[in-house]
Ligand binder design. Structure first.
Ligand code: HAM
Length: 420
């Protein structure tokens, strides 16, 4: 061990577990790629102001959890705590919304940073795969995203997740609701900090986890009862499309999200095997965000799924992904000449698209065979001086244990045909 450890709230992805993370990212990305989403990558840091304006000045993410710093050049930056503001910033900067048809559909995968109190499922560095559909107001787009996330989770074999769905209204109806909720909250017996929150961001109070607060919230006005006709119709259409797709969901009138940019459709994917950090993914519509960061009106919708928590959900359900071994052939040379010959065989196999590895370092047969076993390779090729003198190598099927001699010049073709 070195003097250093991974920083608090972080962990390293190392083999063999790292293969599961890659597979999860791929499983989430695949349905997006198949649905017209193009890959986008943005910097790991942005102007602090982008998140302050986009995610919201009064949110926990911005006030408590952001890794904000000033550069030597005096720029005020922050490690990205989420992806939506960055992706929209990048799309606007590249004028993607003017170049082609709307919506602009983008997907991304990367690291995000929040200075949170670490616990199982909650880290200071975590990874998300996300999708954003920018510039269209169409309930089918909201439905598409929810259906694709459901498809991704199901393709991984997850079953015990639920989809919570709500509408947060728009700039017409939300202010009316906000005032009504504030009136209600002012009549409760709340501590000072919560009262302050009720002033700045009353919807967040609904999300308070404390029992004594939740008890008082019974009978609080619900946004559902304040939605304007347009929001109501929009939400009904989203619900119908998801239902028609056979995706089940629960209406959750109290679902509020920790980011301020949401309007109308909001949703969360929760997994029941994860304890308190049960949200494996979340998202919604953000029709006003573009204008909040200085762009034109571009109604948009998206989600981000947490890769770390999705892996924990797989563990909780006991799902082992069917990951193919990364190596198909392992070469074990005995002696100098065999090293040269088999190194050549491995190189040729790789060039022909066969995953192959080699026993490096002067190891005896026993140690080399241990490596061969550990590699998960289906076939081992062993050669010593006597084999080469006869112009052959030994081909061992690691599954059946069967071993045959194959001509040095035929071994690549033989392996290719056996593996195809
Ligand atoms: P979010 O709900 O803040 O939404 O994060 C999405 C997912 O990222 C969460 O459901 C969770 O799985 C994972 N996550 C968040 N924080 C942590 C953490 N500290 N440790 C481990 N996993 C975490 C967003 O970030 C929005 N940008 C989603 C979105 C996209 N909305 C519209 N478009």
């Amino acid at each position: 061990m070195s003097t250093f450890k991974a920083p608090k709230g972080t962990y390293d992805l190392i083999p063999p577990d790292s293969a599961t993370y890659l597979a999860v990212r791929e499983a989430i990305a695949a349905p997006l790629r198949d649905s017209g989403y193009g890959y986008i990558e943005t910097p790991g840091f942005e102007s602090v102001e982008l998140f302050a304006r986009g995610v919201g000045e009064s949110t926990d993410i911005v006030t408590k959890e952001m890794y904000a710093f000033e550069t030597k050049g005096g720029d005020k930056l922050a490690l990205r705590p989420e992806g939506t503001a960055s992706v929209l910033r990048a799309a606007l900067e590249a004028n993607l919304h003017k170049l082609g048809n709307l919506p602009v559909k983008l997907w991304y995968s990367g690291s995000y940073y929040r200075y949170e109190r670490p616990q199982k499922g909650r880290y200071r560095h975590f990874s998300q795969v996300g999708a954003e559909a920018i510039g269209a107001e169409d309930p089918a787009l909201d439905a598409e995203l929810i259906i694709l996330a459901d498809q991704a989770y199901r393709s991984l074999g997850l079953r015990d997740f639920r989809i919570l769905l709500n509408s947060l209204g728009d700039k017409e109806c939300r202010p009316v609701y906000r005032a009504a909720l504030q009136d209600f909250l002012r009549g409760l017996d709340l501590d000072e900090e919560t009262l302050r929150r009720a002033d700045i961001n009353p919807l967040r109070v609904l999300d308070d986890k404390r029992d004594d607060v939740q008890k008082q919230l019974v009978g609080a006005p619900l946004l559902r009862d304040y939605l304007c006709d347009a929001c109501k119709a929009y939400h009904e259409e989203v619900r119908e499309l998801i239902t028609a797709a056979g995706v089940s969901f629960e209406d959750d009138a109290k679902l509020v999200r920790g980011l301020d940019y949401y309007t109308r459709t909001t949703f969360e994917f929760v997994h029941d095997g994860l304890g308190s950090q049960s949200a494996v993914g979340g998202g919604g519509r953000y029709d006003g965000l573009s204008e909040m960061i200085g762009g034109p009106a571009l109604p948009s919708v998206g989600w981000a799924l947490g890769v770390d928590r999705t892996v924990l959900a797989l563990e909780a359900e006991g799902v082992a992904l069917d990951l193919p071994a990364s190596t198909s052939v392992f070469a074990v040379p005995l002696g100098e000449e065999a090293r040269r010959v088999l190194f050549g065989v491995v190189t040729e196999l790789r060039r022909n698209g066969v995953a192959a590895d080699f026993s490096y370092g002067a190891k005896g047969l026993k140690g080399a065979m241990k490596n061969a076993n550990r590699s998960g390779a289906r076939y081992t090729v062993v050669a010593g001086e006597r084999d080469l003198a006869e112009g052959v190598v030994q081909l061992k099927d690691m599954e059946s244990g069967e071993q045959v001699a194959v001509g040095v010049n035929e071994i690549v073709a033989e392996l290719e045909s056996r593996l195809s």
